[in-house]
Write a protein that binds this ligand. Structure first.
Ligand SMILES: Cc1cc2nc3c(=O)[nH]c(=O)nc-3n(C[C@H](O)[C@H](O)[C@H](O)COP(=O)(O)OP(=O)(O)OC[C@H]3O[C@@H](n4cnc5c(N)ncnc54)[C@H](O)[C@@H]3O)c2cc1C
Length: 560
């Protein structure tokens, strides 16, 4: 029997109504709130540099690196074929490209390598762009940025490590740091039995010589294990202490830093997060024995700033994708961005993103100013916890809603949305999960009352400009007064006051964001923020801005 002839190949349909890919755009130039914040917070000088970085991370090529680095996660090699320990992680070339780009722009060291006014702000702006493209590689970048203030507590260590730390070269070769042109740092605190409560650490440190120790134990999460050295907490004879533990010993041998396995994670997949055992690993004491938490806290403080920046970045990228999609996609005879209900959703997301951006950039200015300004020092102490908590929480909600703006396409892996979605809860867990951060906020308020006063002052800076903000600030003041009464009362009251911590953190953050937007943003954005977030004319989901807010003006600003 003759086979039936196939019909000649022809197109079954025209592909229409699909947006073009969002590539080859400048992430900085398209973000009015970030551009304004960079200038306002003291880093106008860095604009050409940040603009160039915004262009580079928005190229099709750099965006592709982000996808590749996550689709080809790192691979662990514990041993070589002869049975010798190797303890090495192999990354896809795209990971190295991302690292090279961020290191070349000094996201890992700008304020220490170029200590000029606004350096933290300039770096924060570039970090906000880098983490939009790919968040995983930002982990070792952030830890390296955060380590310098701790090393500087001990001049001999700083002398040994700073040259590599201040380099602008990315050198991924696995060899002793002294033979490399640039180095990176990590941190290993968390153990199986406790991450938040590091006092429960069981890893031991035995003295091996003057300032030298052998470290024995394990760490349950140790990200970016190919970093050249780590700050590690371990129990020394005088209590929990901080150590600098390099991957190689001074006599050029692999340190006893044994990688057990890499975590299989929800998100952040490009970044290797390992379980590691220290089997008498060689390390140097940093700071005083028994003062480990006090020593490492400066590093934690800086990485917490980066958690807020990282969350603001995810929020902005999710918004940028949603705006792009809705400008190109039509339904029911109109572009989505013209549909009244979608306009409300997009405007609501825009406000949330801008609030996160202005607060993180203001916070970065406090990091610039705090060495010489006690008020800014106090502000950074409390506002870092408040911002990390609330922006960290908002990121996941924002990403989910932005994903839905894409309809089914947002659920598809070739779009960046699933990656943003998986990434979005992480900054809230890292470096102190939500509750722990809120308890830290209470600690700051109790032990350093100046920190609370500085946040109040920042809120009051907008006094009289918007009656809804004034009313919100007054009611927050009443709540804070009640908390102060409990916090300075009997032990049982102090404990009970902990239950209020999330509510206070959220309210303080909203008041801070409101104050910044009222002073610095466009009146329609500030008005919508105050009406919804402060005066309560708002629902429980995005897209519930009240009647009367200027959706057109908010969207125009977000799409500039
Ligand atoms: C992808 C990834 C990478 C990581 N990389 C690193 C790394 O490089 N180095 C490192 O040291 N760690 C790393 N971590 C670990 C991370 O910092 C910890 O997971 C985090 O600090 C929480 O610790 P835990 O997991 O032990 O949770 P737990 O401490 O058990 O906390 C569980 C929950 O209880 C809450 N909680 C704790 N105490 C209280 C309290 N007193 N009151 C109310 N609630 C409380 C916490 O907020 C949290 O929600 C990483 C984690 C992830 C997910």
């Amino acid at each position: 029997m003759r086979k039936p002839a196939l019909s000649p190949a022809r197109e079954t349909h025209q592909i229409e109504n699909q947006p073009p890919p969002l590539v080859d755009y400048n992430l900085f130039c398209s973000d009015a709130a970030l551009r304004e914040a960079l200038r306002r917070e003291g880093a106008a000088w860095a604009e050409p540099r940040v603009e160039e970085f915004g262009r580079l991370v928005g190229t099709r090529e750099a965006i592709e690196w982000g996808f590749q680095a996550n689709e080809h996660p790192p691979v662990l090699h514990t041993h070589d074929r002869f049975g010798n320990r190797r303890d090495e992680v192999e990354y896809h070339p795209a990971w190295h490209q991302l690292m090279r780009l961020s290191v070349a722009h000094r996201l890992h060291n700008l304020p220490w390598a170029e200590p000029v006014e606004g350096a933290h702000v300039a770096r924060a702006a570039m970090a906000l762009l880098a983490a939009q493209n790919e968040a995983g590689h930002f982990c070792p970048i952030s830890m390296t940025y955060a380590v310098a203030p701790v090393l500087r507590l001990q001049p001999n260590l700083a002398g040994e490590w700073e040259q590599g730390l201040l380099s602008g070269e990315y050198d991924p070769r696995f060899r002793p740091a002294s033979e490399k042109s640039g180095i990176l740092f990590g941190m290993a605190l968390t153990e199986k039995q406790g991450g938040s409560d590091v006092r429960a650490n069981t890893t031991r440190a035995e003295q091996a010589g003057e300032g030298e120790y052998w470290i024995t134990g394990h760490k349950w999460f140790c990200s970016a294990p190919m970093c050249d050295a780590f700050l590690v907490l371990a129990q020394a004879p005088r209590g929990l202490s901080c150590f600098l533990l390099p991957r190689w010993t001074p006599d050029r041998k692999l340190n006893h830093f044994h990688l057990q396995r890499l975590k299989r994670k929800l998100g952040n997949r490009s970044n290797a997060s390992s379980e590691v055992e220290f089997d008498g690993a060689w390390a140097r004491l940093v700071g005083e024995e028994g003062r480990g938490v006090a020593t490492i806290i400066e590093m934690v403080h800086h990485t917490r700033l980066d958690c807020a920046i990282g969350s603001a970045a995810l929020m902005r990228q999710a918004l940028a994708q949603a705006l792009h999609h809705c400008r190109h996609r039509c339904a029911f005879g109109r572009r989505l961005v013209e549909q009244p209900l979608m306009r409300n959703v997009l405007a609501d997301l825009s406000i949330e993103s801008e609030a996160a951006t202005v607060l993180t950039m203001r916070l970065a200015r406090a990091f610039d100013a705090r060495p010489a300004d006690r008020r800014e020092h106090a502000f950074a102490r409390l506002a870092t916890a408040v911002a990390k908590y609330w922006i960290g929480k908002r990121a996941a909600w924002q990403v989910v809603e932005a994903l839905e703006c894409h309809g089914g396409n947002g659920y598809v892996e070739e779009s960046i949305l699933p990656r943003l979605y998986r990434e979005s809860p992480l900054n809230s867990i890292w470096e102190g999960s939500g509750n722990v951060i809120c308890l830290d906020m209470l600690r700051a308020m109790r032990k350093e009352p100046a920190s609370l006063e500085s946040v109040r002052e920042e809120i009051r800076a907008a006094a009289g400009a918007d009656r809804r903000l004034d009313a919100y600030a007054a009611s927050l003041d009443r709540d804070l007064a009640e908390w102060e009464r409990l916090a300075h009362g009997p032990e049982s009251d102090v404990l009970n006051s902990e239950a209020e911590a999330r509510r206070l953190a959220e309210r303080m953050c909203l008041a801070l964001e409101g104050s910044l937007l009222v002073r610095h943003s466009s009146p329609p954005v500030a008005d919508a923020f105050c009406a919804s977030r402060l005066a309560g004319h708002w629902g429980h989901a995005f897209g519930t801005l009240p009647r009367g807010v200027d959706l057109a003006a908010i969207l125009e600003r977000a799409m500039k």
